[in-house]
Design a protein around this ligand. Structure first.
Ligand SMILES: *Cc1c(COP(=O)(O)O)cnc(C)c1O
Length: 427
C-alpha cells in the first residue's frame, strides 16, 4: 500500500498532512514514511523467512548509498538489516546509527588503504572485491594488522539488465566487477593469499530492473561458477545477487519482491538438492531503491509562475542540487499538488532556481498552480538526498521522518554558514 495519499484535497503522508510539515520545517524538505520503509524492508525479510532462511541463511544488506540518513539506517538496522557500503564514510554512518559491523559488506572498485583498515578494524562481514590489485592490497593490509579478510569476488555475469546505461553495471564493457572468464583464475589467486579467506561470490547487474529475468540469468551464471570453484576445492559459504529491483515512478510495473525471491530460492533449493545433498548456502541481497525509493517525497514550494512564448514554467524552491536524477538520467518523477484546487490545469515545466538549463525536475505536467503552492515530487526517497550537492551555495534540504501523525526532523536544513565553514581566506 502507498503511504502517500489524498484525504479530500490534501496530500497526506501516513496520518499527517504534508502542508503541516512544510509550514513547520520549510521547503525544500525530504519526507520519509517510517511505515513505508518498514513495509518495503519486510517484503525482503518475510520472503526470506517464508523460504526457510533464518538469521544466517539470508541477509538483506541495505545499500547505504541510496539513502544514508542515520535515522533511516537506524530503523532498518532495528528491523534486522545488514548494510552494503561503498566507502569508509558509509561504514562510519552505519556504526553511528547503531548498525552491526558483522552484517556489513563493502562494495566498490576503489577502496583506499585507509578505508580497508577501518573496515578490517571493525571486522566487517565481507569485502566484495572487484580486481586483482585490490586483492593484493587487502591481503597486505590484513597481514600487517594480523587479521583475516573475508572476501567475495564481484563477478560480471555479462547480463543485459535492460535499464538505463548509466545504471547498468553487469555488462562486459563496464568498470564494475571481474570479467566472467577471469573469475576462476582470480579465485585461485585469492585462495592462495594467506590473509584472505574466500567466503562468497557476488554480482550486481544494474538498477531499476522491472523484470527479474536478468537477475535469474545472473544467478544461473553465478551458480555455474560456484560449481566450478567447488571442483577446484574452493567451497563458498554465500552468494550475493546484489540489488536492483525497480520501483514505480510513473506506470512501471516492477516484479513483486516476494515473487522474485520465490523464484530465486526455488532455483537455489533445487540446485543445492541436486548437487550438494541439500547443504544450504547463505544468500545475500543488496537492495536500495526498492526499500527507500517510494518511501520518500521531496516537498517544494512554487516561487513564481512564468508564462513564456511556448512554455509555462513553475519555478520552485527545490532544484537539481536537491534532486539530481532528472538532470542526470532524465528520470521521471511524479508531481502532486499538496493542496488540490478546482480549476483548469495547464502544462508546466517544473524547474529550480539553479543557473543551468538542465535544472528541471519535471516537464510538461498538467498542474493547477498558484504562486506559493506546495508540490510533492514523488518517489524521491532513493538517490535523492544522497546525491544532493551545494551547487550555487544552496544549503541541502531538511529531512523529516514521519511515524503515524507525528514527525521528527532527522537532518536540519543547512544554512549558508555551514556551507563555507571549512573554507579560509589566505592572509
Ligand atoms: C547501488 C548498488 C546497489 C543498490 O542498487 P538498487 O538498484 O538501489 O537496489 C547494490 N549493490 C551495489 C554494489 C550497488 O552499487
Amino acid at each position: 500500500m502507498s503511504y502517500f495519499e489524498y484525504r479530500g484535497d490534501t496530500l497526506y503522508v501516513e496520518g499527517l498532512p504534508l502542508d503541516q510539515i512544510a509550514n513547520q520545517v520549510g521547503t525544500p524538505t525530504y519526507v520519509y514514511s517510517r511505515a513505508a520503509l518498514t513495509q518495503n524492508f519486510r517484503a525482503y525479510a518475510d520472503a526470506c523467512r517464508a523460504h526457510g532462511r533464518g538469521e544466517s541463511g539470508a541477509i538483506v544488506c541495505y545499500s547505504v548509498k541510496s539513502n544514508s540518513n542515520l535515522a533511516v539506517l537506524n530503523l532498518l538496522g532495528q528491523l534486522g538489516s545488514g548494510f552494503d557500503i561503498v566507502s569508509g564514510g558509509e561504514l562510519l554512518r552505519v556504526l553511528a546509527a547503531g548498525g552491526d559491523p558483522r552484517k556489513v559488506i563493502f562494495s566498490g572498485v576503489g577502496k583506499s588503504e585507509e578505508e580497508i583498515k577501518l573496515a578490517l578494524s571493525h571486522d566487517i562481514l565481507c569485502f566484495n572485491v572487484e580486481s586483482i590489485p585490490e586483492l593484493h592490497r587487502l591481503s597486505a593490509i590484513a597481514s600487517s594488522m594480523g587479521r583475516q579478510a573475508r572476501v567475495s569476488l564481484r563477478v560480471n555475469p555479462d547480463v543485459d539488465p535492460k535499464t538505463h546505461p548509466y545504471i547498468s553495471t553487469g555488462l562486459k564493457d563496464n568498470k564494475f566487477g571481474i570479467a566472467f572468464e577471469d573469475a576462476l583464475e582470480t579465485y585461485r589467486i585469492a585462495h592462495s593469499l594467506p590473509h584472505i579467506e574466500v567466503t562468497g561470490i557476488d554480482c550486481h547487474i544494474g538498477s531499476q530492473l522491472l523484470d527479474d529475468a536478468p537477475l535469474l540469468e545472473a544467478l544461473d551464471k553465478v551458480i555455474e561458477l560456484v560449481d566450478q570453484l567447488q571442483s577446484m576445492g574452493i567451497a563458498l559459504h554465500h552468494l550475493d545477487i546484489g540489488g536492483g529491483i525497480g520501483i514505480t515512478y510513473d506506470n512501471e510495473k516492477p516484479v513483486a519482491v516476494a515473487d522474485y525471491l520465490a523464484r530465486l530460492f526455488k532455483r537455489i533449493d533445487h540446485w543445492r538438492a541436486e548437487k550438494y545433498d541439500g547443504a544450504p548456502i547463505s544468500v545475500m541481497f543488496e537492495p536500495g531503491r526498492s526499500i527507500v525509493g517510494n518511501a520518500g517525497v521531496l516537498l517544494t514550494r512554487v516561487e513564481y509562475l512564468k508564462h513564456g512564448a511556448t512554455k509555462n514554467f513553475a519555478v520552485v524552491d527545490a532544484a537539481m542540487n536537491d534532486l539530481m536524477r532528472p538532470a542526470m538520467y532524465e528520470a521521471w518523477h511524479g508531481v502532486q499538488s499538496v493542496n488540490r484546487r478546482d480549476a483548469t490545469a495547464m502544462s508546466y515545466d517544473v524547474v529550480g532556481p539553479v543557473c543551468e538549463s538542465g535544472d528541471w525536475l519535471a516537464r510538461n505536467r498538467q498542474l493547477t498552480l498558484a504562486p506559493g503552492d506546495l508540490l510533492a515530487i514523488m518517489s524521491a526517497g532513493a538517490y535523492g538526498m544522497t546525491m544532493a550537492s551545494n551547487y550555487n551555495t544552496r544549503g541541502r534540504a531538511a529531512e523529516v521522518l514521519v511515524d503515524g501523525s507525528r514527525f521528527s526532523v532527522i537532518r536540519r536544513r543547512e544554512n549558508p554558514k555551514d556551507l563555507f565553514a571549512l573554507e579560509s581566506i589566505v592572509e
